[in-house]
Structures are given as C-alpha cells and as structure tokens.
Design a protein around this ligand. Structure first.
Ligand SMILES: Nc1ncnc2c1ncn2[C@@H]1O[C@H](COP(=O)(O)OP(=O)(O)O)[C@@H](O)[C@H]1O
Ligand SMILES: [Mg+2]
Length: 247
C-alpha cells in the first residue's frame, strides 16, 4: 500500500467500554472537546445505537446526538449513526424486532465519508466489546472492520479488573490494538481507587490516558486535557495503518 493510500485510511479511535453504562459517551464527548481544543477537525460516529426517540426528522439516539454536538465537523445524522434502533435492548434483538440486518459495510462507508472531512473520527461502540449485533457478529466485528485502534473506557467499580483484562485479551485476540484506556470514576463509593488504577496499569500494560473523576450533578467538571487528547490521537494515528486484520 502506498503512503498516500495509508494517509487516506481510517484515522480515529474506537471507544469501547468494559460494559454498558461505564461512561463511553461521557468520555467520548469530553475527548472530542479536548481534540477540538487541541486544533483537530473532529467528526463523531455511533455506528449502532439501540434506544431511540421518534422526531420529525426520524429516529434519533441520545449518544449519537451528544457526540455530533461535541464534534466540529458536521455530518448527516445517517452518516453519524447508520443503525438507529428503537428499542433500548441488545442491538441484535432491537435489529431483529425492526427487521434490520446490521452489516459492517454501511458503517465502514460512513467512516470513510467522515474521514474525508475530518482529521480524526471518534467512534463510540455499543455495550461491551462482544455485544452481539446479529446472530453471527458482535461490536468487535464492527471495530475490526473500521480498522481503528481502541480506547477502552474502564468504569471504575468492583469487578472492573476482570472486565478490563478480558476486554484487552479479546481486542488482541481479534488482531486489534489497544491504543489507550481511561479510568472513569462512575461509582463514588468505589474503594481502593489508587490500588485498582495500579492494577489496571499492570493488567493493561500501559498507564491511563486519563482518569476521570466522579462528576456529580452539581458540578460536571470532569475534562480531558488537550495535551492528553493530542498524545492519545498521535498514538492512535501512529499505529492505525499496521495493526489490523480483516475478518
Ligand atoms: N465520571 C463520571 N461521573 C459521574 N457520572 C458519570 C461519569 N461517567 C459517566 N457518568 C454517568 O453514567 C451514566 C452512564 O454513562 P454513559 O457515558 O452514558 O455510559 P455508556 O456510554 O458506556 O453507556 C450517564 O448517566 C453518565 O452521565
Ligand atoms: Mg453511550
């Protein structure tokens, strides 16, 4: 592949989580803000969303809207969120109910469209790494088809060490690359935070790209610094072209 072809390949991060509800959207929107502040043209994508509201413009998902609102590269809703499913259940069940078969082709095409206009595309997965999207495929297949390195959001709560290690092992087993991880304090009562962060650093074999504090309703101040975002983006861009196996 020529250098020119490499440069036109996918540029961005796939934001995965140790589970659903661990802060993928929380972290992804803040990452987008930080990348914008660092000078990047950033687009966002939520390829598969389950849980949507009917609006005059069609079905809309909150995560996709939040990600798109944070980005500074505008895009059609259908490009940001090619699969928007009504029911807030596992995507493969929501898709079956809607008579939709989720395929990676339209998702890859959406990323390609966004990559033309943006320096960097932040893509949020759905659920955990192996969340099914059909009888045969999971979000891991989506991540693999997109050929993006992975940012793993670890929801800091009891059980997160095993979930983080399992996710990292599954990413590697599929030929993907873990570009970084973020410790996200979703549980204000989680004990031994320092010890757990040290354990995560050992299990994931790298220090966290960021640690997000618990942000209560009164003061939603948690942010990722532009410097941290820039170094994460540089690590993602440096490794993107080589790490991936196709399915
Ligand atoms: N650091 C944090 N502090 C406080 N609340 C958080 C934090 N991270 C996430 N949350 C909240 O937890 C819930 C789940 O987060 P969300 O980003 O939607 O998870 P996911 O995208 O992984 O499903 C949301 O209500 C979100 O606002
Ligand atoms: Mg989300």
């Amino acid at each position: 592949m020529s250098a020119a072809a490499d440069r036109s390949g996918p540029r961005g991060l796939f934001v995965a989580g140790t589970d659903t509800g661990v802060g993928k959207t929380f972290v992804a929107t803040r990452l987008i803000h930080a990348l914008v502040a660092a000078g990047f043209r950033v687009a966002a994508m939520k390829p598969v969303a389950a849980g949507a509201t009917r609006t005059p413009d069609g079905w809309r998902n909150d995560d996709a809207l939040a990600l798109a609102a944070a980005a500074n590269v505008a895009a059609d809703y259908a490009t940001v969120n090619p699969y928007c499913l009504a029911a807030a259940v596992s995507p493969h069940i929501a898709a079956a109910e809607a008579g939709v078969h989720i395929e990676t082709g339209p998702i890859v095409a959406g990323l390609r469209t966004l990559t033309v206009q943006a320096d960097f595309v932040v893509v949020e997965g759905a659920g955990g790494w192996l969340a099914p999207i059909s009888e045969r495929q999971s979000m891991a297949d989506v991540a693999q088809a997109l050929r993006l390195p992975v940012l793993l959001v670890v929801g800091l709560k009891l059980g997160c060490l095993s979930h983080a290690a399992l996710t990292a092992a599954a990413i590697r087993a599929g030929g993907g690359r873990l570009a970084g991880w973020v410790g996200n304090a979703i549980d204000p009562h989680f004990e031994r935070v320092t010890e757990n962060l040290a354990s995560l650093e050992r299990l994931l074999a790298m220090p966290p790209a960021a640690v997000m504090p618990y942000a209560d309703r009164a003061e939603r101040v948690a942010a990722i610094s532009p410097a941290a975002a820039r170094s994460l983006a540089q690590s993602a861009l440096a490794g993107t072209a080589v790490e991936v196996l196709s399915v």
